[in-house]
Design a protein around this ligand. Sequence first.
Ligand SMILES: [Zn+2]
Length: 200
Amino acid sequence: MIAAGAFAIALAAAVTLFADMKDSDTFAPKDALECQPGEISACGLPSNVVIDMSKAKVQRTEAEWRERLTPNQYYVAREQGTEPPFRNAYWDKKTDGVYFCVGCDTPLFDSTTKFDSGTGWPSFYRPIERSFVGVERDYSLGMVRDEVHCTVCGSHLGHVFDDVPRKKGRRYCINSASLRFMTRENYDAWVARNQSAANN
Ligand SMILES: [Zn+2]
């Protein structure tokens, strides 16, 4: 009971601390490149934003999401969690192809815009289609970050930063667990199939 009481007091103090913080007190997110070993970066912390699902074309019940996704994919895409750097499927993948949303099979990022950011997460300069990737300002955890998600199904993807040369784009720091890779050959076939279906 004593331990629980102490925890409650500590929690109350932490809540008060965050409640007292004004905008000017929030600190800029420290990114993976600036972190010492063991430190957790802005990309490595979960997000806490409200994603407007009313416009999402793909809506699924909780049971359907659980059925479709692995527990790790569910944690990242549906609970705005994050995966560890360098220990995820695509951080150093260099194969030519396209990365789809794990939640709705929408093509989101092309490997031609993928680059090695050194952070340990797959990083892209821009999405394939701007309207497919929504941005939500995230003020949680005392930081100001830009959360990114799939607008078609509302799945959380990661964060976006403006620390690359502007002419190249932005740095989309994306969780592998939110993506599904398709080779260029299969992607071209997928596009052809969809086009012929649309024409029929
Ligand atoms: Zn999606």
